[in-house]
Design a binder for this molecule. Structure first.
Ligand SMILES: [Zn+2]
Length: 201
C-alpha cells in the first residue's frame, strides 16, 4: 500500500510493469519525435520525458503501453489530470493529432507480444475522465484559451480504439489468407513432387 511519504520513484516501483529502451525509441518514432500534447520537436534542450497515460498514483504501470512521450512543461502541467480530461484543454488541432497518434499506436501493435494486463491499463487510462479534477479547473481559471478549448472540445471518443482494432483485424485476416494460400500451393508442389518420385519407383 502506498504510504503518505512515498516518493514518485517508490510509487513507480510499486506500479510494476517495465519497458525497454527500444520500446521508447519506437514510441518516439510513432510520435515523430514530438511531444504528444504540444507537438514541439524534442531536442537536447527540450528533452522527451515519459508521461503516464494512467497516472502512477491511479494504478498506472510502467509498461510502454501506458507511456506517452511529452515535453517537460506539458508533462508537469498535466500532472495527474486524467488523459482525456487534460486533452479537453488543448486545441481542436491537437486533439485531432492525439487521436491519430492513438490509431497509429494500435496499428503498430504486435498482437503476438500483446500483454493483456498492459492493454487493460491502456484502456483504463484512456477511459478515465474527471471534469471535477481541481487541477483541470485550476488551469481553466488561469488561462482563457484553455477555458475556451474545454468548452468547445468534445471528449476524445473511445470508439476510435474499437474502429482501429477492426481495421487491424481485417489487415491480419488478409495476411492470414495470403499465408494460407501460399501454404496450400507449397503442399500441392510437394505432393506433385512426391507423386513424380512414386511414379519412378
Ligand atoms: Zn509539450
Amino acid at each position: 500500500m502506498e504510504g503518505w511519504g512515498s516518493t514518485k520513484t517508490e510509487r513507480r516501483k510499486d506500479a510494476g510493469g517495465k519497458h525497454s529502451p527500444k520500446e521508447i525509441e519506437d514510441l518516439l518514432a510513432i510520435q515523430g519525435g514530438r511531444c504528444i500534447y504540444c507537438n514541439v520537436r524534442f531536442t537536447k534542450r527540450v528533452p522527451a520525458t515519459k508521461d503516464h497515460l494512467l497516472a502512477v498514483r491511479q494504478g498506472g504501470a510502467d509498461w510502454s503501453f501506458n507511456l506517452m512521450m511529452a515535453c517537460r512543461s506539458c508533462n508537469s502541467r498535466r500532472c495527474d489530470i486524467p488523459f482525456r480530461t487534460y486533452c479537453k484543454l488543448l486545441s481542436p488541432t491537437q486533439n485531432k493529432r492525439i487521436l491519430r497518434h492513438i490509431s497509429n499506436r494500435i496499428l503498430a501493435l504486435d498482437f503476438e507480444g500483446l500483454n493483456a494486463k498492459a492493454f487493460i491499463l491502456f484502456m483504463r487510462g484512456l477511459a478515465a475522465h474527471e471534469p471535477q479534477h481541481w487541477r483541470y479547473k485550476d488551469v481553466q481559471s488561469r488561462r482563457a484559451l484553455a477555458r475556451r478549448n474545454a468548452a468547445q472540445n468534445r471528449l476524445l471518443p473511445l470508439s476510435i480504439v474499437w474502429e482501429v482494432f477492426r481495421t487491424k483485424q481485417t489487415i491480419l485476416r488478409t495476411e492470414l489468407r495470403t499465408e494460407t494460400r501460399k501454404l496450400k500451393q507449397e503442399i500441392k508442389r510437394v505432393q506433385a513432387k512426391n507423386a513424380a518420385i512414386d511414379d519412378k519407383l
